[in-house]
Design a protein. Structure first.
Ligand code: IVH
Length: 685
């Protein structure tokens, strides 16, 4: 292999892998409200992808995450309570994102590209979700989420419950749009999570996710109860008053909109940096979450001259505050055993305030990580909130001599840190799989956290969704000897449950109803619920489409399994091993007797992508490359909907030769885009 292809090949692969990873993150962030990556990490990966795409222009793809903003549009595969039933409406002006920056240098670079001497408005960057409010003749008539930037969900009924958003305004132009951020204040967020904890419901990771989940609820009363608020930061429309952004916001404030008092006109980078320094500290006293500062060119004519890239305005940029981190004392390292037996070292810390919450435990990942940073109890360590979910240790301060506190047990200076060699929960000897950083407890059937973890996974919402069987109840029934594996769930009797202190008749009835209902859960979710290592929700679905019964799956070889999309040799091996274990076969037999769905429907044509999710598409005319029916099937396979006539809800028209004149006229009137078959094929390629 020559030197070029030695570099090129891996880089091209990296490019494709980054696209996939970023697309998945967009989905987790905007649709599931459960990001697994910090914004910073996301931006770094996005920069790398941009760099690689610039290096390999032949790999340009209009679908790349560098070319479009993430989407929150309602999609059919979401959990049932959220995000269905909203009308998807096209934005009058696309809702773009902002370019991010992290340093004075990056801000200086941006300012240098502006015409000299322009004023810059600094604002807080609110960390909620953006909303577009349409007013006609003084009435709020539409409230759209960002969606995919081109069209969003109309959540007006929920928006009307927010006291800080006016439903009527006076003295305004006849039509205009206000954009802003919907937020759940810290206080409300904490109260909501406390309530969810009591009801054993999954917690929201941060106020942004909570606000987003709330705005997509179907019940405005519940939305009202949760207490959302909003700040507005952008006015759009024709013939609006004012020549600068600042003037417009001041006018909007007079009209009754909630405009932050923290906006400031700055004349140079020094003033911008002073604003940033002030708010980086002061924001901790605000009632809502902020994650940076937004810088906007004040003069509207200059804004217009500067214009837009495909994803962002050139006249604005965000500065993101550094991930908050703190130094604190590491008191002790303990070890936590997960559902699959992985033993994770946990840092027990002197409690510290971090992004508005108190942190006292953080992950230390694995043995290699601890060794590479040479971390020991007694050290002062840096703790950070990465994806804002599980805090992590990212480094340690220079070691000082002497015991930091009487209650901290130190290792002798000379002793090396050692990972335990037996399971802290069951005493089994730990194993370290070659090529993996993790130590694992092999005692699957006898190690309490593994047993309980498997049951918790089995009953969880995306698996068998058994209400009334939360973590604490599982622990209780396990300790009473009533639950040892997932099959035991189906042997539970009303009197077993009702006789437990804390439970009673009502809980017993709820639980048994939930257990009974779980017998209807479809095969793909049953497969996911079994908890086979590395077989996640999506992989289980893909497997279940090919192997539509447990009997066929049981006899599949590793080689056959790897033919399924997303199933690599490791997953295939885990599946084969699972069915080789006689204990699993016994459990499966009991589950079959209990009446679980071990068979799926016959093969469904699977969706190829979700690219056209939420779009209504009209086909018109005759085509050269495929028949109309083939195009219809393609639209459906990519998540789109075929509709017969053109309306304002039509996303675009797939237009062939001799398109009907009526349709063409209607499309022109409504401004619906016509797409040629070549453009369409390129788009879904
Ligand atoms: S201006 C065309 N101003 O940040 C520019 N956005 O990362 C429109 N955001 O989608 C946005 N505070 O949801 C603007 N003061 C502020 C903001 C703000 C928060 C959000 C907004 C946007 C995202 C981009």
């Amino acid at each position: 292999m020559d030197l070029f292809s030695q570099i090129e090949e891996p880089e091209r692969e990296e490019l494709l892998a980054l696209r996939k990873e970023l697309e998945e993150q967009n989905y987790k962030y905007y649709v599931l409200n459960a990001p697994t990556m910090s914004d910073r990490e996301f931006d770094e990966k996005m920069h790398r992808l941009q760099e690689l795409e610039a290096r390999y222009p032949d790999m340009f793809d209009p679908k790349s995450p560098t070319q479009h903003v993430g989407s929150d549009l309602a999609v059919s595969h979401q959990p049932s309570a959220v995000s269905k039933g909203f009308e998807t409406v096209k934005h009058k002006y696309p809702m773009l994102s902002l370019a991010n920056s992290y340093s004075r240098e990056e801000i200086e670079d941006w300012v240098r590209k502006l015409p000299s001497g322009v004023e810059i408005v600094c604002e807080l960057k609110y960390d909620g979700l953006s909303i577009s409010l349409w007013y006609e003749n003084g009435e709020l008539v539409r409230a759209l989420t960002r969606g995919d930037g081109q069209q969003g969900d109309d959540v007006i009924e929920n928006i009307k419950t927010i006291p800080s958003i006016p439903r009527h305004v006076v003295g305004t132009p006849s039509t205009f749009e206000m954009r802003g951020e919907v937020l759940l204040p810290w206080e409300r967020f904490e109260a909501l999570n406390k309530e969810r904890e009591e009801q054993e419901e999954p917690l929201f990771a941060n106020p942004r996710n909570a606000a987003s989940g709330t705005l997509k609820l179907q019940d405005p009363k519940e939305v009202a109860r949760r207490g959302l608020t909003a700040y507005l930061y952008y006015m759009l429309g024709e013939n609006l008053p004012g020549k600068t952004h600042f003037e417009r916001l001041s006018t909007a404030r007079k009209w009754g909109f909630n405009i932050s008092d923290a906006i400031k006109v700055c004349k140079n980078v020094d003033e911008v940096m002073a604003y940033i320094a002030y708010w980086d500290t002061e924001r901790k006293n605000l009632p809502v979450a902020t994650d940076g500062i937004v810088l906007k060119v004040n003069d509207l004519a200059t804004q217009e001259e500067l214009g837009y890239t495909a994803k962002t305005p050139r006249w604005a940029i965000a500065y993101k505050f550094p991930a908050e981190k703190q130094l604190t004392l590491l008191k002790e390292i303990t070890y936590q055993v997960g559902r699959t037996g992985v033993v994770t070292p946990v840092a027990n810390l002197e409690p510290v305030q971090l992004s508005g919450t108190i942190v006292q435990r953080a992950t230390l990942h694995n043995e290699d990580f601890i060794r590479s940073l040479d971390i020991r109890p007694g050290d002062r360590v840096w703790v950070e909130k990465g994806g804002e979910i599980i805090p992590k240790i990212t480094g340690r301060a220079e070691r000082e001599i002497g015991r930091p506190r009487a209650d901290v047990a130190l290792l002798p200076e000379s002793a090396e840190y050692a990972f335990p060699d037996v399971c802290p929960e069951c005493g089994a000897k730990l194993v370290r799989v070659e090529g993996e950083a993790a130590w694992r407890c092999p005692n699957e059937a006898g190690c309490p956290p593994q047993i309980k973890g498997k049951i918790e996974h089995f009953v969880s919402r995306k698996a068998m969704n058994i209400d009334g069987l939360g973590e604490e109840t599982i622990d209780l029934l396990y300790r009473q000897g009533l639950l040892h594996n997932i099959a035991d769930i189906y042997d539970l009797k009303a009197e077993d449950i009702a006789s437990q202190e804390r439970l009673g008749e009502k809980s017993a009835q709820n639980m048994l109803a939930g257990i009974e209902a779980s017998k209807q859960v479809p095969w793909a979710r049953v497969l996911f619920a079994l908890g086979i290592r590395m077989v996640g929700e999506t992989t289980a679905k893909k497997i279940a489409r090919v192997y539509n019964s447990i009997d066929s799956l049981q006899w599949a070889t590793a080689e056959q399994l790897t033919a399924i999309e997303d199933v690599g040799p490791q997953i295939a091996e885990n599946i084969v091993r699972y069915f080789e274990d006689i204990r699993n076969l016994e459990i499966l037999e009991r589950l079959r007797q209990a009446g679980l769905q071990f068979e799926g429907e016959s093969l469904q044509p699977s969706a190829i992508s979700h690219q056209l999710d939420g779009m209504s598409i009209v086909i018109s005319g005759t085509f050269a490359h495929h028949s109309r029916d083939e195009y219809k099937a393609m639209i459906e396979a990519h998540g789109g909907k075929n509709v017969g006539s053109v309306s304002k809800k039509t996303s675009f028209i797939l237009a062939g030769e001799n398109m009907g004149p009526e349709k063409r006229k209607k499309a022109e009137e409504l401004g619906v885009r016509l797409m040629t078959e070549e453009e369409f094929l390129e788009m879904i390629k």
